[in-house]
Design a protein around this ligand. Structure first.
Ligand code: ASP
Length: 341
């Protein structure tokens, strides 16, 4: 904990604590998000802004500690995401949004860019950390995606931490559902769902990974599944090209196959990952009417957060002690790395 506090302080001051890198190892990078949406300074209180920034910083530090200790990109991604799933501020794990029927149904996915193995779960209700279940699907099952009751039977068999439905419920999300169900409610407001979490990482051995976890969209019905657990739509990683985690109106991200399209542009057109992300999110998606954004990271450490909304909760550590978080469009995340936003 003392280490964490020191890193945090060093990060805020822009200092570099001691690195554990060997000469032939690349500096690891971790980029995270806590959802894209309509986030304006006018609608945000100082308290909630401070809480979100602190929540992002906690997740960054937890994930980066894994990378700094020589751990894998997959472990860093899942550690950062677990931290946000446990934080009721975010729309993932505890604090997930409610379905039309008043339940929490969560989706998550993880992908290892080095092996291109992937695991995903959809519509789980009792699993404390859906990202860990997605990782178990990837590592300990012959499948890529499990849904609903079957996914939870697998979770039980794996000895995963299961919680009763009350664990996931928060008053804030319940109020959002009540507002959504009002007969006069118009088009879904993005504020109703913002808070999906995700991470992309590059470890000391050059391996990329991506992961995403969400409660989906407030008031969703009929077992709706969004883009987050769909490999290639909301989550994708392939070495050495790129790793992507998305957040936004999932139906559009599925149809645009956003995460894979970005990585395909890197692979086949030789674009830098941030440039490929800008083409897909700011051109294609906008043309289709899809709102949201992505975090993207390349095998050379090039990263960016690209979104067509007014904000995206996001953060990066691109070197020991260089941690930064941002919320609004006009904030700069990456002065230290070329190709960043
Ligand atoms: N993409 C998520 C979904 O459609 C929601 C979000 O990221 O805000 O389920």
């Amino acid at each position: 904990m003392r280490n964490l506090a020191a890193m945090c302080l060093a990060g805020l001051l822009g200092l570099s604590p001691q690195s554990h890198l060997q000469a032939d190892e690349a500096p690891p990078v971790l980029v995270i998000h806590g959802g894209a949406g309509t986030l304006s300074r006018d609608e945000m209180t100082i308290e909630s802004e401070t809480a979100f920034r602190a929540g992002l910083m906690r997740a960054l530090l937890a994930g980066y500690q894994v990378l700094d200790g020589g751990g894998s990109a997959v472990d860093a991604v899942s550690t950062a995401i677990v931290t946000m799933e446990d934080d009721p501020l975010f729309n993932a794990g505890r604090g997930a949004v409610f379905t039309h029927g008043g339940r929490n149904e969560m989706d998550a996915a993880i992908m290892d860019g080095e092996t291109r193995e992937a695991g995903a779960v959809a519509g789980v209700r009792l699993v404390k950390n859906p990202i860990l279940l997605a990782r178990a699907v990837m590592r300990d099952s012959p499948h890529v995606m499990l849904t609903g009751q079957g996914a939870e039977e697998f979770a039980l068999a794996q000895g995963m931490d299961l919680r009763p439905p009350e664990y996931f419920r928060t008053q804030r999300r319940w109020k959002q559902l009540m507002r959504r169900l009002e007969p006069t409610a118009g088009r879904p407001r993005t504020i109703d769902r913002v808070g999906t979490v995700g991470a992309v990482a590059l470890d000391q051995h050059g391996r990329l990974a991506a992961g995403t976890s969400t409660g989906g969209m407030t008031g969703k019905r009929w077992g709706r599944v969004g883009d987050s657990p769909i490999i290639g739509a909301g989550t994708y990683a392939a070495n050495p090209d790129c790793a992507v985690s998305a957040s936004g109106h999932g139906e559009y991200f599925i149809r645009a196959v956003v995460a894979h399209d970005i990585c395909a542009r890197v692979r086949y057109q030789g674009l830098e990952p941030p440039q490929a992300a800008r083409q897909v999110v700011l051109e294609d998606l906008v043309q289709m009417g899809g709102e949201g954004g992505v975090i993207v990271l390349g095998g050379g450490g090039q990263f960016s957060a690209v979104f067509n909304t007014t904000g995206m909760y996001r953060g990066v550590i691109d070197g020991p002690g260089r941690a930064r978080v941002a919320i609004y469009l006009d904030e700069d995340l990456s002065p230290a790395v070329s190709g960043g936003e």
